[in-house]
Design a protein around this ligand. Sequence first.
Ligand SMILES: [Zn+2]
Length: 167
Amino acid sequence: MGAVRFPNIIQALVLYETIVFDSILLGSHFDVELALDLLMDAQHGRCFYCRRALTAATTHVDHFLPCARYPVDFGHNFVLANNRCNSQKRDRLPAYKHLAAWVERNAANGDQIADALKEFGIAADLAVSNRVTQWAYAQTEVAGGLTWLSGDKMVPLTEDWRSLFGS
Ligand SMILES: [Zn+2]
């Protein structure tokens, strides 16, 4: 009797898991699209760093603070960059000019970006993002480190970057 019922239970479980899994994939897909659309709108369809127009084929989600050096993933750290800037920047800290643009973007669109990313299960708290970012720049300043401007161009962090955060 068990031999007859068992395959049915497995079939039911497989069917159930397929439905649940599909709905999870589908839901995630829509939320990712929403988050990407918001980032794209916030950047007016342009690369965060060089401002060239982005195309679907060349768009990368870039970690503003390189995740290799600051392994704390938080929603506001995401920006969109073309593949050229994304690969040139690598694990380097963006220059003052980019930091100013990041602060400005979050002031204008930070709440919407946070809401969209929360739907996707990505933590997004602008106060935390700002604290981690200020910590990263303070570390670089103390070490006299260079920041990435464009291509292979590295510049010292000489500007009054703290004033961007109102301190
Ligand atoms: Zn670019």
